[in-house]
Design a protein around this ligand. Structure first.
Ligand code: GDP
Length: 444
């Protein structure tokens, strides 16, 4: 999970001050010292840390805290607000051109995730805003880059504009925009060339594209795992190109969080999106407040609800609930429900969004759980259709066959059958209780 170390340290610090009925200057001093260390350890730019700590100190020893009835809580509120401000305050949205198409230029160093993000962004625009983007392959130096974008286009079932490697990127971009107009695409996303390091030839080419096509957005894609290097890259690109937003990729693998916390303050450019994995669906709008909340262990219930809404078919969920109530819930339904939860992402990430989840994660049980889910799935998949609907027919020889088919042992099959039976029994009891109380009491 992103921000792991920082989250742990900040939460410990905050826990100590939370319940205090009186916060002294000494308390604030100790807390800010620990916050400072935590941020430095998370690889946050030292100037940014200094400014951040000064702001907290200023606010924490002021009236806002001293006169509050719950000063401990108030300090936490200040820290959360300042963390949110540090990451840009409000969520920053994509510009929309007065006259379509809106043109987005994707820039960044090689390997940062530019091409992948081009595909992810197009997918997000279509899924969330019902847009119809045209992808443009303008990296003429690496034929593989063109192929990569075309492959993504196929996966997404979206057109990719390419003129091969013999035409200049400016010409490609211009022609792509003409085609987008003719074919009524409302967004054009241009995947430009990357280099291993910032160099003047690259900047010159990007500047030319920018001056010719006058993009509505220039998104710099940077790899969060490179920490302060990502911040330096952002600074250089911003100086030369005046970028309008940053996409921070590989945040899923960034346990420190230094880039996420420094980029806005150093470049004055907001982070607009965060890449959270390799799949085309793994791009999220960057919400500073929700991120601050996650770092401080207050959870991010809003994102969790959004994920559920995106991945769970509401009508089907209602039907399953009805089946549970009437105790006609089968192993097939069980499998389906598990699939819906899994679609939402790794369990560990989901739990990370719950308030106080960090404490639970300390138990480090989650990876085992994830594995157990796969075992349960394998066992159910080895049952016949009949067995899934009526598990009572599963006798000793069937158990043996299921165990063999799923690569598990009979004891595990027994355990699952027992749990499933108990679950059904419990559902029945709850439904009866509910009936008895005329709709009051337990609700699923
Ligand atoms: P480009 O050279 O900047 O176009 O980079 P690519 O789009 O080819 O991406 C480089 C590698 O990073 C690929 O293996 C991607 O799958 C991977 N990648 C991109 N974004 C993410 C992300 O958000 N999380 C993870 N874990 N991997 C990513």
């Amino acid at each position: 999970m992103a921000f792991e170390g920082l989250a742990d340290r900040l939460q410990n610090t905050i826990q100590r001050i939370k319940g205090k009925g009186k916060v002294t200057e000494q308390d604030v001093k100790e807390m800010t010292r620990e916050v400072r260390l935590a941020l430095l350890e998370a690889d946050v730019n030292f100037k940014v840390v200094k400014q951040f700590i000064n702001k907290i100190k200023e606010r924490a020893v002021g009236q806002e805290i001293m006169e509050s009835l719950t000063p401990g809580q108030q300090v936490i509120k200040v820290v959360k607000e300042e963390l949110t401000n540090l990451m840009g305050g409000e969520q920053s949205k994509i510009a929309v051109a007065d006259r379509p198409p809106t043109v987005i230029m994707m820039v960044g160093l090689q390997g940062a995730g530019k091409t992948t993000t081009t595909g992810k962004l197009a997918n997000l625009l279509r899924k969330k805003q019902n847009r119809n983007p045209l992808l443009v392959a303008a990296d003429i130096y690496r034929p593989a880059a063109i192929n990569q974008l075309q492959t993504l286009g196929k996966q997404l079932n979206m057109p990719v504009f390419s003129l091969g490697t013999e035409v200049s990127p400016v010409e490609i971009a211009n022609q792509a925009i003409e085609q987008a107009k003719a074919e009524h695409h409302d967004y054009v996303i241009i995947d430009t060339a990357g280099r291993l390091h910032v160099d003047s030839d690259l900047m010159e080419e990007l500047t030319q594209i920018k001056e010719n096509v006058k993009p509505d957005e220039i998104f710099l894609v940077v790899d969060a795992m490179t920490g302060q290097d990502a911040v330096n890259v952002a600074e250089s690109f911003n100086e030369q190109l005046d970028i309008t937003g940053v996409v921070l990729t590989k945040l899923d693998g960034d346990t420190r969080g230094g880039a996420a916390l420094s980029i806005k303050a150093v470049t004055d450019t907001p982070i607009k999106f965060a890449g959270m994995g390799e799949k085309l669906t793994d791009l999220e709008a960057f919400h500073p407040e929700r991120m601050a909340s996650r770092i401080l262990g207050m959870g991010d219930v809003l994102s969790l609800i959004e994920k559920a809404q995106e991945n769970v078919d509401e009508k089907r969920a209602k039907e399953l609930e009805e089946k549970m109530r009437s105790a006609s819930f089968t192993f097939d339904d069980f499998l389906e429900q598990m699939g819906q939860v899994r679609n939402m992402g790794p369990l560990e990430d989901l739990l990370g969004m719950l308030p106080g989840a960090n404490k639970m994660k300390g138990m480090k049980n989650l990876q085992i759980d994830e594995k157990q889910l796969s075992h349960v799935e394998a066992i159910i998949q080895s049952m016949t259709k009949k067995e899934r609907v009526d598990p009572s027919i599963i006798n000793a020889s069937r158990k043996k066959r299921i165990a063999q088919g799923s690569g598990r042992n009979v004891a595990e099959v027994n355990r699952l059958l027992k749990q499933f039976n108990e679950m059904k029994k419990m559902m029945k009891q709850m439904t009866n209780m509910q009936k008895g109380k005329k709709g009051k009491g337990f609700k699923f």
